[in-house]
Design a protein around this ligand. Structure first.
Ligand SMILES: C[S@@+](CC[C@H](N)C(=O)[O-])C[C@H]1O[C@@H](n2cnc3c(N)ncnc32)[C@H](O)[C@@H]1O
Length: 267
């Protein structure tokens, strides 16, 4: 009797363009794109993201607990669901969702191979991470990973998702939308992959990188109004949701004044 085929990368992912050390790639970055991408510089941002999201012991708890609490509060009440975190970095938020919902099919996507590598090593392969955090005054720590069978990672661009139309129940994204070059095209893509009535949870400091983006998307109703005009249903808008991000062992921190909102796609 033939065994049922086990999807290699998660049931919703199509065949990737390429695979790098077990990670499916749905975008092939040029040398130039890799060089320009700050999130590809392992030492700087990957170590900081690892400290922030995976080294709770350094901070006396998860520093972004308010972010995960907001997400948890707005998770759809479904026995089975397909969920993605876009711009997931080292995967903490989607791993918390996957761990709490073993029947859900969960995905983490990021445009940085280095971020997805950490996520895959920690949450899929159960490896121990030893980030060098000495420059932030933190001691060397060994972070023991785990294996979450219902969670899958890939490198992909937020605006071109490797999912079929109307296949997802939930999209989560945190600290992402102010990094994106074309927000309205990205929302259109997210609408494509969400099932009717599917949910989008966004938390962002709206700390745009370009003057154009400030003009296009600030104040926040310039983001919300077009969604409402397109038929999305607003379930929550919290502004501000204040988030404290620790920077070092001294206790220096960045305070982010984030916008948090939850919308459901038109039925
Ligand atoms: C500021 S970090 C936030 C990471 C994490 N979500 C958090 O809340 O800490 C932004 C992340 O988005 C990723 N990113 C940037 N542009 C992206 C894009 N076009 N598609 C997917 N991910 C992207 C970066 O590689 C990085 O990991």
């Amino acid at each position: 009797m033939a065994l049922p085929s086990v999807p290699r990368f998660g049931s919703l992912f199509p065949d990737p363009l390429n695979v790098r050390r077990g990670i499916p790639l749905y975008y092939l970055k040029s040398e130039e794109e890799n060089r320009r991408d700050v999130y590809e510089r392992y030492d700087e941002l990957v170590a900081r993201q690892t400290a922030l999201h995976l080294a709770d012991e350094l901070h006396g708890g998860y520093p972004l607990r308010k972010v995960s609490d907001y997400i948890r509060q707005w998770l759809p009440d479904l026995a089975d669901a397909a969920a993605v975190d876009i711009g997931c970095s080292v995967g903490r938020q989607i791993a918390d969702i996957a761990g709490g919902h073993p029947n859900w099919d969960c995905y983490g996507l990021d445009f940085s191979y280095q971020m997805v590598r950490q996520a895959q090593d920690y949450w899929k392969e159960g490896k121990t991470l030893n980030p060098n955090l000495l420059r932030f005054g933190y001691p060397t720590v060994a972070l023991q990973g785990q294996v979450l069978p219902n969670l899958h990672f890939a490198l992909a661009d937020a605006k071109t998702l490797p999912f079929p139309d109307r296949s997802l129940d939930l999209i989560v994204n945190t600290f992402l939308i102010d990094r994106l070059p074309d927000l309205s095209a990205t929302f259109a893509e997210w609408l494509r992959v969400l099932k009717p009535g599917g949910r989008l949870i966004t938390i962002s400091p709206l700390n745009f990188l370009q003057l154009d983006h400030w003009r296009q998307h600030y104040p926040p109703m310039k983001i919300i109004d077009p969604l409402l005009r397109d038929g999305w249903d607003l379930l929550d808008l919290t502004d501000p949701l204040m988030i404290h991000e620790p920077m070092d062992a001294r206790g220096n921190e960045v305070v982010w004044k984030t916008l948090a909102f939850v919308v459901e796609s038109p039925c």
